[in-house]
Design a protein around this ligand. Structure first.
Ligand SMILES: Nc1ncnc2c1ncn2[C@@H]1O[C@H](COP(=O)(O)OP(=O)(O)O)[C@@H](O)[C@H]1O
Ligand SMILES: [Mg+2]
Length: 219
């Protein structure tokens, strides 16, 4: 799906109730199936931006279109359904649920559906090389395995949009490369649009377009 951002502004309130402007009037468009790297120093608003694109947070003003839908014109329930149907999100930390097995974690986003997608989950586990780990708990996995499980969880709904916020930031170089490769391969196979926040130039250079953020704006 394509994404279009118009006049996006996000402010946070400071303790003294003055505003901090984090995103300053961003206009931006990503064609269907493109892979975008979002780069820039710490604190410029990359996570804030990608969280809004992933419909996890609302902007102060401005619009985000996914396909033809003006997403934030809708209520939270709609956003939640949109996320469930179309969006996969990977964070720097895996956020797997410690008391659930790998297989259960991967099924969590689709647990409420009538037919639980066991087969699909197992196929994805195979793809990310964790089939043999499906009944293990997250704390029994290495960092790279945990992040591959998080990737599998993001892929369970065949998302048309994949967002990744420094997904390899906590991994060593080799392990990070494995996760990156899987991320690229999976989004190519699904024909998904990928937005990836990264400080890794090597990774960024493999995308269709590098977007640099400076101080709440796109450079
Ligand atoms: N919930 C929040 N409340 C107040 N300020 C926030 C909040 N989240 C982020 N910020 C501020 O917004 C700015 C951008 O943060 P962030 O989007 O995390 O940047 P980046 O991901 O580029 O490092 C920072 O100055 C940060 O302190
Ligand atoms: Mg960040």
């Amino acid at each position: 799906m394509n994404i279009k951002v118009e006049k996006l502004i996000k402010n946070y309130k400071k303790k003294d109730s003055s505003d901090i402007e984090v995103l300053k009037n961003i206009d931006f468009e990503i064609p269907v199936g493109h892979k975008i790297a979002l780069t820039g120093p710490s604190g410029v608003g990359k996570s804030t931006f990608i969280h809004i694109l992933g419909l996890m947070d609302r902007p102060t003003s401005g619009k985000v279109y996914i396909g033809d839908v003006d997403c934030f014109a809708n209520d939270d329930k709609y956003l939640c359904n949109m996320r469930k149907k179309n969006i996969g999100f990977i964070f720097q930390f895996h956020y797997l649920m410690p008391d659930f097995t790998v297989l259960e974690n991967i099924l969590l986003p689709v647990w409420s559906e009538k037919n639980i997608k066991f087969e699909q989950a197992k196929n994805i586990l195979e793809k990310v090389g964790l089939f043999h780990r499906q009944n293990h708990f997250p704390n029994e996995l290495s960092g790279g395995e945990q992040q591959r499980a998080a990737l599998a969880r993001a892929l369970i709904n065949n998302p048309k949009l994949i967002f990744a916020d420094e997904p390899t930031g906590n991994l060593d170089r080799i392990t990070g490369l494995e996760v990156e490769k899987l991320l690229f391969k999976s989004s190519s196979e699904l024909g998904s649009t990928l937005v990836l926040v990264t400080h890794n130039d090597e990774l960024a250079s493999k995308t269709d377009n590098i977007i640099k953020m400076i101080d709440g704006e796109i450079a």
